[in-house]
Design a protein around this ligand. Structure first.
Ligand code: GLN
Length: 446
Protein backbone atom coordinates (compact mmCIF):
# COMPACT_ATOMS: atom_id res chain seq x y z
CA UNK A 1 0.00 0.00 0.00
CA UNK A 2 2.81 2.36 0.86
CA UNK A 3 4.44 1.75 -2.50
CA UNK A 4 1.20 2.19 -4.41
CA UNK A 5 0.64 5.52 -2.64
CA UNK A 6 4.19 6.57 -3.38
CA UNK A 7 3.80 5.62 -7.06
CA UNK A 8 0.56 7.58 -7.25
CA UNK A 9 2.30 10.63 -5.83
CA UNK A 10 5.60 10.47 -7.72
CA UNK A 11 4.99 8.66 -10.96
CA UNK A 12 3.21 11.61 -12.59
CA UNK A 13 6.69 13.21 -12.73
CA UNK A 14 8.73 10.13 -13.62
CA UNK A 15 6.15 8.35 -15.81
CA UNK A 16 7.77 4.96 -15.41
CA UNK A 17 4.52 3.00 -15.54
CA UNK A 18 2.13 2.47 -18.42
CA UNK A 19 -0.20 0.69 -16.05
CA UNK A 20 -0.22 0.19 -12.28
CA UNK A 21 -2.16 -2.96 -11.40
CA UNK A 22 -3.12 -1.85 -7.88
CA UNK A 23 -5.97 -4.27 -7.32
CA UNK A 24 -4.10 -7.35 -8.45
CA UNK A 25 -1.00 -6.23 -6.53
CA UNK A 26 -2.93 -5.81 -3.27
CA UNK A 27 -4.52 -9.24 -3.71
CA UNK A 28 -1.11 -10.81 -4.37
CA UNK A 29 0.36 -9.02 -1.34
CA UNK A 30 -2.44 -10.32 0.88
CA UNK A 31 -1.88 -13.81 -0.45
CA UNK A 32 1.83 -13.47 0.31
CA UNK A 33 0.99 -12.33 3.81
CA UNK A 34 -1.19 -15.36 4.41
CA UNK A 35 1.52 -17.70 3.18
CA UNK A 36 4.04 -16.06 5.47
CA UNK A 37 1.74 -16.36 8.45
CA UNK A 38 1.45 -20.06 7.66
CA UNK A 39 5.21 -20.16 7.99
CA UNK A 40 5.86 -20.66 4.31
CA UNK A 41 8.80 -18.99 2.66
CA UNK A 42 9.52 -18.44 -0.99
CA UNK A 43 12.41 -16.62 -2.61
CA UNK A 44 10.43 -13.49 -3.51
CA UNK A 45 7.51 -13.73 -1.13
CA UNK A 46 5.81 -10.31 -1.04
CA UNK A 47 8.55 -8.63 -3.07
CA UNK A 48 7.15 -5.86 -5.32
CA UNK A 49 8.29 -6.15 -8.94
CA UNK A 50 7.54 -4.12 -12.08
CA UNK A 51 7.42 -5.66 -15.54
CA UNK A 52 8.46 -4.16 -18.88
CA UNK A 53 5.36 -3.94 -21.02
CA UNK A 54 6.66 -6.25 -23.74
CA UNK A 55 6.38 -9.26 -21.41
CA UNK A 56 2.98 -10.94 -21.55
CA UNK A 57 0.84 -10.84 -18.43
CA UNK A 58 -2.41 -12.80 -18.41
CA UNK A 59 -5.47 -10.55 -18.20
CA UNK A 60 -3.34 -7.37 -18.13
CA UNK A 61 -2.65 -5.27 -21.21
CA UNK A 62 0.74 -5.81 -22.83
CA UNK A 63 1.16 -2.91 -25.20
CA UNK A 64 4.86 -2.85 -26.15
CA UNK A 65 4.25 0.93 -25.92
CA UNK A 66 2.68 0.68 -29.36
CA UNK A 67 -0.67 1.81 -30.73
CA UNK A 68 -0.68 -1.58 -32.46
CA UNK A 69 -1.14 -3.41 -29.14
CA UNK A 70 -2.78 -0.62 -27.10
CA UNK A 71 -5.72 -2.87 -26.20
CA UNK A 72 -4.03 -6.28 -26.37
CA UNK A 73 -4.75 -8.43 -23.32
CA UNK A 74 -2.73 -11.66 -23.44
CA UNK A 75 -4.60 -14.85 -22.51
CA UNK A 76 -1.39 -16.27 -20.99
CA UNK A 77 1.55 -15.40 -18.77
CA UNK A 78 5.15 -15.37 -20.01
CA UNK A 79 7.22 -18.12 -18.40
CA UNK A 80 9.14 -15.53 -16.35
CA UNK A 81 5.83 -14.21 -14.96
CA UNK A 82 4.70 -17.71 -13.96
CA UNK A 83 8.04 -18.20 -12.22
CA UNK A 84 7.86 -14.84 -10.41
CA UNK A 85 4.33 -15.59 -9.22
CA UNK A 86 5.36 -19.05 -7.99
CA UNK A 87 8.20 -17.40 -6.08
CA UNK A 88 5.66 -15.17 -4.32
CA UNK A 89 6.40 -11.87 -6.07
CA UNK A 90 3.85 -9.06 -6.13
CA UNK A 91 3.51 -7.58 -9.61
CA UNK A 92 2.97 -3.82 -9.39
CA UNK A 93 2.39 -3.03 -13.04
CA UNK A 94 3.76 -2.62 -16.51
CA UNK A 95 6.57 -0.21 -17.34
CA UNK A 96 7.15 2.08 -20.29
CA UNK A 97 9.58 1.31 -23.12
CA UNK A 98 10.55 2.36 -26.60
CA UNK A 99 7.93 0.97 -28.97
CA UNK A 100 8.62 -2.76 -29.42
CA UNK A 101 11.89 -2.19 -27.50
CA UNK A 102 13.39 -0.24 -30.39
CA UNK A 103 15.34 2.67 -29.01
CA UNK A 104 17.74 3.90 -26.37
CA UNK A 105 15.82 6.60 -24.55
CA UNK A 106 12.16 5.50 -24.06
CA UNK A 107 11.19 8.50 -26.20
CA UNK A 108 9.92 6.11 -28.90
CA UNK A 109 7.01 5.06 -26.68
CA UNK A 110 3.75 5.76 -28.52
CA UNK A 111 2.28 7.09 -25.26
CA UNK A 112 4.78 9.36 -23.45
CA UNK A 113 8.48 9.53 -22.60
CA UNK A 114 9.74 8.43 -19.18
CA UNK A 115 11.88 10.84 -17.18
CA UNK A 116 15.14 10.03 -15.40
CA UNK A 117 14.53 10.22 -11.62
CA UNK A 118 17.99 11.75 -11.11
CA UNK A 119 17.19 14.66 -13.42
CA UNK A 120 13.67 14.87 -14.78
CA UNK A 121 14.83 16.74 -17.88
CA UNK A 122 16.88 13.77 -18.98
CA UNK A 123 16.03 10.40 -20.50
CA UNK A 124 16.22 7.22 -18.41
CA UNK A 125 17.84 5.37 -21.33
CA UNK A 126 16.11 2.61 -23.18
CA UNK A 127 14.47 0.63 -24.20
CA UNK A 128 13.75 -0.64 -20.65
CA UNK A 129 13.67 2.98 -19.43
CA UNK A 130 10.44 2.56 -17.46
CA UNK A 131 11.85 -0.43 -15.57
CA UNK A 132 15.15 1.32 -14.79
CA UNK A 133 13.39 4.51 -13.68
CA UNK A 134 10.95 2.54 -11.51
CA UNK A 135 13.82 0.86 -9.65
CA UNK A 136 15.81 4.10 -9.35
CA UNK A 137 12.76 6.01 -8.05
CA UNK A 138 12.15 3.35 -5.40
CA UNK A 139 8.78 2.31 -6.85
CA UNK A 140 9.70 -1.37 -6.67
CA UNK A 141 12.45 -3.65 -5.38
CA UNK A 142 13.17 -5.02 -8.83
CA UNK A 143 11.96 -4.89 -12.40
CA UNK A 144 12.23 -7.08 -15.45
CA UNK A 145 13.57 -5.70 -18.69
CA UNK A 146 14.59 -7.12 -22.04
CA UNK A 147 17.94 -6.63 -23.74
CA UNK A 148 18.42 -7.04 -27.49
CA UNK A 149 21.30 -4.61 -27.93
CA UNK A 150 21.69 -3.02 -24.51
CA UNK A 151 18.17 -2.27 -23.37
CA UNK A 152 18.76 -3.44 -19.79
CA UNK A 153 22.37 -2.35 -19.34
CA UNK A 154 22.23 1.15 -20.89
CA UNK A 155 19.16 2.34 -18.89
CA UNK A 156 20.65 0.76 -15.75
CA UNK A 157 23.71 2.91 -16.37
CA UNK A 158 21.66 6.10 -16.94
CA UNK A 159 19.55 5.50 -13.81
CA UNK A 160 22.28 4.33 -11.43
CA UNK A 161 20.91 0.81 -10.92
CA UNK A 162 22.10 -2.73 -11.54
CA UNK A 163 21.09 -4.41 -14.82
CA UNK A 164 21.90 -7.92 -16.00
CA UNK A 165 21.72 -9.37 -19.52
CA UNK A 166 22.05 -13.11 -18.99
CA UNK A 167 23.57 -15.55 -21.50
CA UNK A 168 21.36 -16.08 -24.54
CA UNK A 169 19.22 -19.09 -23.63
CA UNK A 170 19.60 -18.75 -19.85
CA UNK A 171 16.11 -17.28 -19.38
CA UNK A 172 13.03 -18.38 -21.33
CA UNK A 173 11.79 -15.89 -23.92
CA UNK A 174 8.34 -17.49 -24.03
CA UNK A 175 5.87 -14.63 -23.71
CA UNK A 176 8.43 -11.90 -24.44
CA UNK A 177 7.12 -10.10 -27.51
CA UNK A 178 9.78 -10.86 -30.13
CA UNK A 179 11.96 -8.06 -31.48
CA UNK A 180 15.11 -9.81 -32.76
CA UNK A 181 14.81 -13.42 -31.68
CA UNK A 182 18.49 -14.36 -31.91
CA UNK A 183 19.45 -11.46 -29.61
CA UNK A 184 16.53 -10.92 -27.17
CA UNK A 185 16.99 -11.92 -23.56
CA UNK A 186 15.04 -11.07 -20.39
CA UNK A 187 16.90 -9.94 -17.27
CA UNK A 188 16.55 -8.12 -13.94
CA UNK A 189 17.05 -4.46 -13.00
CA UNK A 190 17.65 -4.00 -9.28
CA UNK A 191 19.28 -1.78 -6.68
CA UNK A 192 21.99 -4.29 -5.75
CA UNK A 193 23.84 -7.14 -7.40
CA UNK A 194 22.53 -9.47 -4.70
CA UNK A 195 18.96 -8.64 -5.69
CA UNK A 196 19.81 -9.29 -9.34
CA UNK A 197 21.17 -12.72 -8.34
CA UNK A 198 17.98 -13.46 -6.44
CA UNK A 199 15.71 -12.56 -9.36
CA UNK A 200 17.89 -14.43 -11.85
CA UNK A 201 17.72 -17.50 -9.61
CA UNK A 202 13.95 -17.45 -9.95
CA UNK A 203 13.61 -16.77 -13.69
CA UNK A 204 16.53 -18.82 -15.12
CA UNK A 205 16.28 -22.32 -16.52
CA UNK A 206 15.20 -24.54 -19.39
CA UNK A 207 11.65 -24.07 -20.63
CA UNK A 208 9.94 -26.54 -22.93
CA UNK A 209 8.11 -23.61 -24.51
CA UNK A 210 11.32 -21.90 -25.69
CA UNK A 211 13.51 -24.19 -27.76
CA UNK A 212 16.41 -21.74 -27.47
CA UNK A 213 16.45 -21.99 -23.67
CA UNK A 214 19.35 -24.12 -22.54
CA UNK A 215 19.14 -27.21 -20.26
CA UNK A 216 22.32 -26.14 -18.42
CA UNK A 217 21.82 -26.50 -14.66
CA UNK A 218 20.97 -23.31 -12.75
CA UNK A 219 23.66 -22.77 -10.10
CA UNK A 220 23.11 -21.18 -6.69
CA UNK A 221 23.78 -17.57 -7.66
CA UNK A 222 23.45 -16.20 -4.13
CA UNK A 223 25.98 -18.60 -2.71
CA UNK A 224 28.35 -17.84 -5.59
CA UNK A 225 28.44 -14.13 -4.68
CA UNK A 226 31.12 -14.77 -2.07
CA UNK A 227 33.40 -16.91 -4.26
CA UNK A 228 37.13 -16.29 -4.08
CA UNK A 229 38.15 -14.13 -7.02
CA UNK A 230 41.72 -13.44 -6.01
CA UNK A 231 43.99 -14.03 -8.94
CA UNK A 232 41.22 -13.42 -11.47
CA UNK A 233 42.06 -11.18 -14.40
CA UNK A 234 40.04 -8.46 -16.09
CA UNK A 235 40.69 -7.24 -19.61
CA UNK A 236 40.29 -3.63 -20.70
CA UNK A 237 39.57 -3.53 -24.42
CA UNK A 238 41.39 -0.71 -26.14
CA UNK A 239 38.34 -0.27 -28.43
CA UNK A 240 36.08 0.61 -25.47
CA UNK A 241 38.26 3.49 -24.30
CA UNK A 242 38.81 5.33 -27.57
CA UNK A 243 37.26 8.31 -29.28
CA UNK A 244 33.65 9.06 -28.36
CA UNK A 245 33.95 8.10 -24.69
CA UNK A 246 33.09 11.14 -22.60
CA UNK A 247 35.72 12.33 -20.13
CA UNK A 248 33.49 12.07 -17.10
CA UNK A 249 32.56 8.47 -17.83
CA UNK A 250 36.20 7.59 -18.52
CA UNK A 251 37.33 9.05 -15.17
CA UNK A 252 34.75 7.07 -13.18
CA UNK A 253 35.66 3.83 -14.99
CA UNK A 254 39.36 4.41 -14.39
CA UNK A 255 38.67 4.91 -10.69
CA UNK A 256 36.69 1.68 -10.66
CA UNK A 257 39.61 -0.16 -12.24
CA UNK A 258 41.83 0.99 -9.34
CA UNK A 259 39.29 -0.54 -6.96
CA UNK A 260 39.54 -3.86 -8.81
CA UNK A 261 43.34 -3.70 -8.48
CA UNK A 262 43.02 -3.08 -4.76
CA UNK A 263 40.81 -6.17 -4.61
CA UNK A 264 43.77 -8.20 -5.89
CA UNK A 265 42.50 -8.54 -9.42
CA UNK A 266 44.91 -8.48 -12.33
CA UNK A 267 44.25 -5.87 -14.98
CA UNK A 268 45.37 -6.39 -18.57
CA UNK A 269 44.98 -4.40 -21.75
CA UNK A 270 43.31 -6.46 -24.47
CA UNK A 271 41.93 -6.02 -27.99
CA UNK A 272 38.49 -6.80 -29.39
CA UNK A 273 39.43 -5.84 -32.93
CA UNK A 274 36.01 -6.20 -34.60
CA UNK A 275 34.26 -3.83 -32.17
CA UNK A 276 34.08 -0.97 -34.71
CA UNK A 277 31.71 -3.10 -36.86
CA UNK A 278 29.30 -4.09 -34.07
CA UNK A 279 26.79 -1.26 -34.49
CA UNK A 280 26.67 -1.72 -38.28
CA UNK A 281 26.19 -5.50 -38.01
CA UNK A 282 23.53 -5.12 -35.33
CA UNK A 283 21.55 -2.56 -37.33
CA UNK A 284 21.26 -5.08 -40.17
CA UNK A 285 20.59 -8.21 -38.08
CA UNK A 286 18.14 -6.70 -35.55
CA UNK A 287 15.95 -4.90 -38.14
CA UNK A 288 16.02 -7.98 -40.42
CA UNK A 289 14.67 -10.18 -37.64
CA UNK A 290 12.27 -7.44 -36.55
CA UNK A 291 10.82 -7.03 -40.04
CA UNK A 292 10.00 -10.72 -40.02
CA UNK A 293 8.71 -10.84 -36.42
CA UNK A 294 6.52 -7.76 -36.86
CA UNK A 295 4.82 -9.16 -39.96
CA UNK A 296 2.30 -10.75 -37.58
CA UNK A 297 0.70 -7.37 -36.83
CA UNK A 298 -1.58 -7.35 -39.83
CA UNK A 299 -4.92 -6.43 -38.28
CA UNK A 300 -6.13 -10.02 -38.49
CA UNK A 301 -4.76 -12.06 -35.62
CA UNK A 302 -4.71 -9.55 -32.79
CA UNK A 303 -4.09 -5.93 -31.97
CA UNK A 304 -5.20 -2.90 -33.93
CA UNK A 305 -7.37 -3.21 -37.06
CA UNK A 306 -8.16 -0.21 -39.22
CA UNK A 307 -10.87 -1.10 -41.73
CA UNK A 308 -10.07 -0.63 -45.43
CA UNK A 309 -11.79 -1.11 -48.74
CA UNK A 310 -10.21 -4.55 -49.20
CA UNK A 311 -7.72 -6.82 -47.43
CA UNK A 312 -4.57 -5.12 -48.73
CA UNK A 313 -5.97 -1.70 -47.90
CA UNK A 314 -6.80 -2.93 -44.38
CA UNK A 315 -3.20 -4.18 -43.93
CA UNK A 316 -1.81 -0.87 -45.15
CA UNK A 317 -4.01 1.29 -42.97
CA UNK A 318 -3.48 -0.89 -39.90
CA UNK A 319 0.30 -0.92 -40.22
CA UNK A 320 0.56 2.77 -41.19
CA UNK A 321 -1.45 3.88 -38.17
CA UNK A 322 -0.34 1.20 -35.72
CA UNK A 323 3.45 1.59 -35.92
CA UNK A 324 5.49 4.65 -34.99
CA UNK A 325 8.34 6.13 -37.09
CA UNK A 326 11.23 4.14 -35.56
CA UNK A 327 9.44 0.81 -35.93
CA UNK A 328 8.63 1.64 -39.56
CA UNK A 329 12.25 2.62 -40.18
CA UNK A 330 13.42 -0.76 -38.82
CA UNK A 331 10.85 -2.72 -40.84
CA UNK A 332 11.97 -0.95 -44.01
CA UNK A 333 15.70 -1.44 -43.32
CA UNK A 334 15.09 -5.09 -42.44
CA UNK A 335 12.90 -5.83 -45.43
CA UNK A 336 15.43 -4.18 -47.73
CA UNK A 337 18.34 -6.11 -46.22
CA UNK A 338 16.52 -9.42 -46.67
CA UNK A 339 15.34 -8.73 -50.24
CA UNK A 340 16.40 -11.04 -53.06
CA UNK A 341 19.70 -9.84 -54.44
CA UNK A 342 20.66 -7.94 -51.29
CA UNK A 343 20.73 -10.81 -48.81
CA UNK A 344 24.37 -11.75 -49.46
CA UNK A 345 25.59 -8.16 -49.37
CA UNK A 346 23.86 -7.26 -46.10
CA UNK A 347 22.38 -10.00 -43.93
CA UNK A 348 24.97 -12.62 -44.79
CA UNK A 349 27.84 -10.16 -44.38
CA UNK A 350 26.45 -8.95 -41.05
CA UNK A 351 26.14 -12.55 -39.84
CA UNK A 352 29.78 -13.18 -40.77
CA UNK A 353 30.83 -10.07 -38.85
CA UNK A 354 28.78 -11.31 -35.92
CA UNK A 355 30.84 -14.51 -35.88
CA UNK A 356 34.06 -12.47 -35.87
CA UNK A 357 32.80 -10.40 -32.93
CA UNK A 358 31.92 -13.56 -31.00
CA UNK A 359 35.37 -14.94 -31.78
CA UNK A 360 37.03 -11.78 -30.42
CA UNK A 361 35.44 -12.57 -27.05
CA UNK A 362 36.38 -16.26 -27.21
CA UNK A 363 40.00 -15.22 -27.76
CA UNK A 364 39.85 -12.59 -24.99
CA UNK A 365 38.42 -15.06 -22.48
CA UNK A 366 41.44 -17.34 -23.03
CA UNK A 367 43.52 -14.56 -21.47
CA UNK A 368 41.20 -12.96 -18.92
CA UNK A 369 38.14 -13.95 -16.84
CA UNK A 370 36.18 -10.75 -17.44
CA UNK A 371 36.10 -7.89 -19.89
CA UNK A 372 35.40 -4.48 -18.38
CA UNK A 373 34.36 -1.20 -19.88
CA UNK A 374 31.75 1.53 -19.76
CA UNK A 375 28.09 0.64 -20.37
CA UNK A 376 27.46 3.80 -22.38
CA UNK A 377 29.75 6.48 -23.83
CA UNK A 378 27.87 9.31 -22.08
CA UNK A 379 25.68 9.80 -19.03
CA UNK A 380 21.92 10.34 -19.52
CA UNK A 381 21.22 12.91 -22.22
CA UNK A 382 18.45 15.51 -22.35
CA UNK A 383 14.96 14.59 -23.49
CA UNK A 384 14.61 15.62 -27.14
CA UNK A 385 18.36 15.96 -27.72
CA UNK A 386 18.72 12.99 -30.09
CA UNK A 387 15.20 12.33 -31.36
CA UNK A 388 15.82 13.76 -34.79
CA UNK A 389 19.15 11.97 -35.24
CA UNK A 390 18.67 8.19 -35.31
CA UNK A 391 22.38 7.56 -35.89
CA UNK A 392 23.39 9.50 -32.76
CA UNK A 393 20.79 7.45 -30.89
CA UNK A 394 22.15 4.17 -32.29
CA UNK A 395 25.65 5.11 -31.09
CA UNK A 396 24.53 5.04 -27.44
CA UNK A 397 24.60 1.23 -27.74
CA UNK A 398 28.16 1.00 -28.97
CA UNK A 399 29.44 -0.73 -25.79
CA UNK A 400 26.48 -3.03 -25.22
CA UNK A 401 25.65 -4.47 -28.64
CA UNK A 402 28.63 -6.84 -29.01
CA UNK A 403 27.53 -8.78 -25.93
CA UNK A 404 24.19 -9.61 -27.60
CA UNK A 405 25.83 -10.49 -30.91
CA UNK A 406 28.10 -12.92 -29.02
CA UNK A 407 25.30 -14.16 -26.71
CA UNK A 408 27.44 -13.67 -23.58
CA UNK A 409 26.78 -12.17 -20.12
CA UNK A 410 26.75 -8.41 -19.48
CA UNK A 411 26.20 -6.74 -16.12
CA UNK A 412 25.95 -3.00 -15.47
CA UNK A 413 26.68 -1.75 -11.97
CA UNK A 414 26.77 1.86 -10.77
CA UNK A 415 30.28 3.31 -10.31
CA UNK A 416 29.77 6.89 -9.24
CA UNK A 417 28.41 10.17 -10.53
CA UNK A 418 29.41 12.97 -12.86
CA UNK A 419 29.93 16.51 -11.55
CA UNK A 420 26.29 17.21 -12.43
CA UNK A 421 25.20 14.31 -10.23
CA UNK A 422 24.34 11.92 -13.06
CA UNK A 423 25.01 8.21 -12.50
CA UNK A 424 27.73 6.38 -14.43
CA UNK A 425 27.59 2.63 -15.08
CA UNK A 426 30.39 0.11 -15.39
CA UNK A 427 29.93 -3.00 -17.49
CA UNK A 428 31.30 -6.44 -16.60
CA UNK A 429 31.23 -8.95 -19.45
CA UNK A 430 31.84 -12.66 -19.04
CA UNK A 431 31.68 -15.84 -21.17
CA UNK A 432 28.51 -17.87 -21.77
CA UNK A 433 26.98 -19.09 -18.48
CA UNK A 434 29.44 -17.11 -16.34
CA UNK A 435 26.59 -15.35 -14.47
CA UNK A 436 27.82 -16.64 -11.09
CA UNK A 437 31.28 -15.22 -11.55
CA UNK A 438 30.14 -11.94 -13.12
CA UNK A 439 27.63 -11.36 -10.32
CA UNK A 440 30.28 -12.24 -7.73
CA UNK A 441 32.69 -9.66 -9.15
CA UNK A 442 29.94 -7.04 -9.22
CA UNK A 443 28.87 -7.85 -5.68
CA UNK A 444 32.40 -7.72 -4.28
CA UNK A 445 33.02 -4.42 -6.08
CA UNK A 446 29.86 -2.95 -4.52
N1 GLN B 1 18.85 0.51 -28.46
C1 GLN B 1 18.94 -0.70 -29.22
C2 GLN B 1 17.93 -0.69 -30.35
O1 GLN B 1 17.32 0.30 -30.50
C3 GLN B 1 18.74 -1.88 -28.32
C4 GLN B 1 17.33 -2.11 -27.99
C5 GLN B 1 17.14 -3.29 -27.12
O2 GLN B 1 18.07 -3.84 -26.54
N2 GLN B 1 15.90 -3.74 -27.06
O3 GLN B 1 17.76 -1.64 -31.06
Amino acid sequence: KALLDYIEKKDPQVKAFLKVTSEEALAQAEEADKLRQKGEDRPLLGVPIAIKDNICTRGITTTCASKMLENFVPPFDATVIIKLKEAGAVILGKTNLDEFAMGSSTENSAFFPTHNPWDLERVPGGSSGGSAAAVAAGFCAAALGSDTGGSIRQPASFCGVVGLKPTYGRVSRYGLVAFASSLDQIGPLTRSVKDAALVLQVIAGKDEKDSTSVPEEVPDYLKALEMDLSGAAIGLPEEYFGEGLSGEVRTRIEEAIKVFEEMGIKVKKIRLPHTPYAVAAYYIIAPAEASSNLARYDGVKYGLRVEGKDLIDMYKKTRSQGFGPEVKRRIMIGTYALSAGYYDAYYKKASQVRTLIARDFTEAFKEVDFVIGPASPTPAFKIGERVSDPLAMYLSDIYTISVNLAGIVGLTIPCGFTDKGLPVGLQIMGPHFSESKVLALGHQFE
